[in-house]
Design a protein around this ligand. Structure first.
Ligand code: ACO
Length: 326
């Protein structure tokens, strides 16, 4: 069995920054309401001229540089996103922008769990000996898809990208994982196609491309996350043959500080082990885990050998956890 290690990380976010105070001029809300309920203070927004693939490419370049490989060495690029520039996918555009001409590239969609699902997917290609060097990017621009008049959702999200390089490695550093989905609760979080029809001929009405802005039942998502995330981390720990005490860092999808705190509390994980960048970026969906990872890697908080429990959860519903060693 071949081992897998994460050997580089990178991140990128658009330069435009919208803080809670300024957002309060758009919708009826306040810094106090947003910060006390979510931990978010500001978020980055991609302007209409900025593409998801450009932000994702910047993050990937940093990860490739840290791993010390050339774009020509990359065998596979996986872009975890729900908001590609093109419904056909954006991974191939990124491949071209990176100059990774030897790589195959595709998109993977699992909402805010996309990065975790991507880690597991990437690892399978390496473990089977098919590929040696994989670039995994989590990137989203949900600012394009929220209703900026709906204060229940527009205050939560921000744009960004994070990336890692996974490589075949003698000692296996991906220690355990578990991924799950449950479509019965699909309606609690959607960015759904809005069926408008165009009549082609009598008896034939096809749809016309159009999506509705994000809708969310916040309380259901909160309950779901706080229940399922500890369960799935426990399962991944079991597979890794480790106990909760072995965790050095809890790296959850950055949806909401309250969810981070409640999960840590339920698992008896001390709060100083929680990685959080919500205040700076808000909820960046598939980007949130690698963006937060890159932050703590570059500030030197995470040391070689540290055990990280990463968990994503979101629309689908989907959720999952990966235990890995840095
Ligand atoms: N500013 C001011 N008031 C607001 C705002 C706002 N931005 N948003 C809602 N309110 C008001 C509501 O109108 C409501 O007022 P009312 O009682 O007069 O009707 C009141 O605040 C309470 O509204 P709720 O929707 O019940 O707010 P809640 O206390 O549930 O908090 C929140 C909302 C923070 C989203 C919470 O449900 C939560 O943490 N959910 C977890 C889901 C989450 O984090 N989702 C992120 C995206 S999904 C993902 O990444 C998986």
């Amino acid at each position: 069995n071949l081992g897998v290690a994460i050997t580089g990380s990178g991140s990128a976010a658009p330069s435009t920054c919208l803080d809670n105070e300024t957002l309060s001029q758009l919708v009826e809300t306040s810094d106090e309401w947003i910060a006390s309920r979510t931990g978010i203070r500001q978020r980055r927004l991609a302007q209409a001229s900025e593409s998801l693939s450009a932000i994702a490419t910047s993050a990937a370049k940093e990860a490739i540089a840290m791993a010390g490989i050339s774009p020509l060495d990359v065998d596979l690029i996986i872009l975890a996103t729900s908001t590609s520039d093109d419904l056909f996918g954006s991974a191939c555009q990124i491949q071209t922008q990176l100059g990774a001409i030897n790589a195959v590239a595709f998109d993977l969609t699992a909402a805010c769990s996309g990065f975790i699902f991507g880690l597991v997917t990437a690892a399978q290609y390496i473990r089977t000996g098919v590929y040696q060097n994989v670039v995994l990017i989590g990137a989203d621009v949900l600012s394009r898809w929220v209703d900026w008049q709906d204060r229940r959702t527009c205050v939560l999200f921000g744009d960004g990208a994070g990336a890692v390089v996974l490589q075949a490695h003698q000692s296996d550093r991906l220690l355990g994982f578990e991924i799950r989905s449950d479509g019965t609760q699909n309606s609690s979080l959607n960015l759904s196609y809005s069926p408008q029809s165009q009549q082609l001929m009598p008896g034939v009405a096809v749809g016309k491309g159009n999506f509705q802005p994000i809708t969310m039942n916040g309380k259901e998502i909160y309950r779901f996350a706080v229940q399922k995330v500890p369960e799935v981390i426990d399962k991944a720990l079991f597979r890794a043959n480790l106990s909760v005490d072995a965790i050095d860092w809890l790296l959850l999808h950055q949806a909401n500080q309250r969810i981070l705190d409640a999960v840590a509390d339920r698992m008896n994980i001390p709060s100083h082990k929680i990685i959080s960048n919500l205040a700076k970026y808000g909820n960046t969906s598939a980007a949130s885990i690698p963006l937060a990872l890159d932050d703590v890697v570059r500030t030197g908080q995470i040391k070689n050998g540290d055990i990280i429990a990463a968990s994503g959860f979101g629309a689908g519903l989907t959720w999952g956890a990966v235990i890995f060693q840095w």
